[in-house]
Structure formats: C-alpha cells, structure tokens
Design a protein around this ligand. Structure first.
Ligand code: PEP
Ligand code: MN
Length: 339
C-alpha cells in the first residue's frame, strides 16, 4: 500500500504517517519525489485498520500496490531514479547515458592503468574490473582479491572514474565497500538473498545483474530485497540469459529495457560482453541497447584481449572502445539523450 502525501506537506506530517505505519506492525519506506512524497507500507495488511492513516493530516490518498515488488515498482515512484556513482558527479539513470568500461578482471597494474586511462579519455564515467571473480570452472583464475581492489582505488585517484567491482559473498562486503563506488552483484548471486541483504545495509550503490535464468519479476524482487534494507540506490544490469542458442554465450534480451521502464523506476544498464560472449558483437548490441532506452552500458575492454586471463574473447580493445563511444554519442543524441 502507498500513502500518497499532499504536495507541500511538512516533514512532521510524513513522520506522523511513518509512526502510524510502524504502530500497525508494517515497514515504512519514504520516497521523496520531485512532486510528491509517498510512504510505502510493506507487510501483511490482512485485518489491519487503515482508517487512522486515511484521516491523517496532509494524506492525499491510499493506493494498494499490485506488483509483488513494491519499492522497486513504478506504482510507488513514478519518476525515474537517478543513482549517483562515485564522487565526480557521474550518475546512472539521468538524461546522460553512463558508460562503465574496463577489464573483466584486474590482472596487474600496467593492464589496469592502461585501460583506465583509455576508457576515461574516450568518455566512460566508470571503471569496471573484478578483484573477486566468479568462474564457471573453479580451477580458473579467481582474481587478485584485495590487491586488485587497491589497484582499482589507484586507478580512481588517477582518473576520477567511479569503481564498479563485484562482491561475491557476505564476508567480502565490508572490504569491497571500502574500495568500491558501486558494488556489483553477479548473475550467480542474484538469488543469494543473504548477500542482497548485506549489500542493502551498505551505503554504496549496488549494480544487480540479472540471474541467467531469472524472470523479470524475480529480477525486480531481488532488487526489492536490497532496497527493503534501506539502500535505494540499485542499478539493474541485463547481462544475458541462458537459452538453447549456442552461437552466443548468452542470449541478450533487449526487450527487457522497455519492460523494466514500464515496471520500475530503477535505471537499467546492459552488459553486451557477458551478453554475447563475442567481441565482434559488442558494438552492435551496445548501439541497440542505447537505441532501446538503456540508461548505460557495462563493457569489457582489455589492452591485449588475446592474453586476457578472463573473458578475452568478449573483450574489445581500447581503440575499438574509442570508436564505439563515437557511435554511442550519435545514438544517444538520436534518442534524446547525451553521453
Ligand atoms: C563480469 O561482469 O565479469 C561477470 C562475471 O558478470 P556476470 O555475473 O554477469 O557473469
Ligand atoms: Mn567477464
């Protein structure tokens, strides 16, 4: 249920509504919009008497929330969320398309600094790079751990790029949050509810990747889980799903972009690298994603893809990324955005 406040209500009116919601044994989420403040009341409302809420000062109306994902839904918040990332003024979800780029994994200082400088000068606002790597084969390279996080922090201080890096387990959350600007939760962990809770208790924005066999509804419910812990800064990332097709590593369903825009106020970015598995497909799918209304892209870039320790086949070169950014700029302009 959403309590829609009248425009111009005072903080004391909102606090009063929050107090009543808590007295009713429900959980409150205050969402301050540009026009209206709404308070979502989450929990089992069977047998609960709403009359006190309905007659509270400055309450406009009470609306039931139909979607199972509540605070992530458009019903609760009409205007799109803009999620600031890092301290340099970058954001995901605004008019400007946000491009995050970098290696699949942090391998060494030379590799990371070269990519960071190149993607920054081409126009990226974020640097990606895994220090903790989930692998399909456990005997493969699993990342540099904290040494990798330190290199990412160094790249941030040299370039000003916001750092996006994966956290794989609850015991890594504090450590990764100390270095990262955005906590990435990978496809294999979208259903790891304990990890979602832990990320929801941090102050850092979370980039949640869609589970490779999750439905749109499960994806939004996972986002909801993070938000219900108090962290409203969730960025959704479509990274492809598993299908019967074998010419791609994953099938990248771009139709999720308009669907998410209809269902949720959260921004969505597309990862065409995991989404296809092939470097040659990355530019076309990046252009298509922006044309379809994505709020950003997350792209794997490596100075020497042939010798990359992870995901070389789907990594583009810094020169290729420079060319792609030019295309992204023209497509962004064509759909009323900038980049
Ligand atoms: C990655 O971004 O390198 C990655 C491992 O992503 P995903 O969780 O989507 O597989
Ligand atoms: Mn990868």
């Amino acid at each position: 249920m959403i309590v829609v406040m009248q425009s111009g209500c005072a903080q004391a009116d909102v606090d009063h509504v929050v107090g009543l919601i808590r007295e009713l044994g429900l959980t409150d989420h205050v969402i301050v919009g540009t026009d209206r403040t709404v308070v979502a009341a989450i929990g089992d409302k069977r047998g609960v008497d709403m009359s006190a809420l309905e007659t509270s000062p400055m309450v406009d109306r009470i609306v039931p929330i139909l979607a199972p994902y509540k605070v992530a839904s458009r019903e609760v918040k009409k205007e799109p969320s803009v999620i600031p990332i890092g301290t340099g003024g970058a954001a995901v979800g605004g008019q400007k398309v946000a491009v995050i780029a970098g290696p699949c994994s942090v391998e060494n200082e030379k590799q990371l600094m070269a990519v960071a400088a190149a993607v920054k000068s081409a126009g990226a606002v974020g640097l990606r790079g895994g220090a903790f790597k989930p692998r399909t084969n456990p005997y493969d390279f699993q990342g540099l751990g904290e040494a990798g996080l330190k290199l990412l922090a160094k790249a941030r201080s040299e370039t000003g790029l916001a750092i996006v890096t994966e956290v794989m387990s609850i015991d890594q959350v504090d450590l990764v949050a100390e270095y990262a600007d955005v906590l990435q939760i990978g496809t294999r962990n979208m259903h790891n509810f304990n990890l979602l809770i832990a990320a929801g208790r941090t102050e850092k924005p979370v980039m949640l990747k869609r589970g490779w066999s999750a439905t749109l509804q499960e994806f939004l419910l996972a986002a909801e889980y993070i938000m219900s812990e108090g962290n409203q800064n969730v960025i959704l990332c479509e990274r492809g799903i598993r299908t019967h097709e074998s010419y791609v590593r994953n099938t990248l369903p771009l139709a999720i972009i308009p669907a998410i825009k209809r269902e949720s106020h959260l921004p969505i970015v597309v990862d065409p690298s995991q989404g296809t598995g092939h470097a040659y497909m990355v530019p076309a799918m990046s252009r298509a994603a922006i044309a379809a209304g994505a709020d950003g892209l997350m792209i794997e870039v490596h100075p020497d893809p042939e010798h990359a320790l992870t995901d070389g086949a789907q990594s583009i070169t810094p020169a290729g990324f420079g060319d792609l950014m030019k295309d992204i700029r023209s497509i962004s302009g064509a759909v009323g955005r900038s980049s």
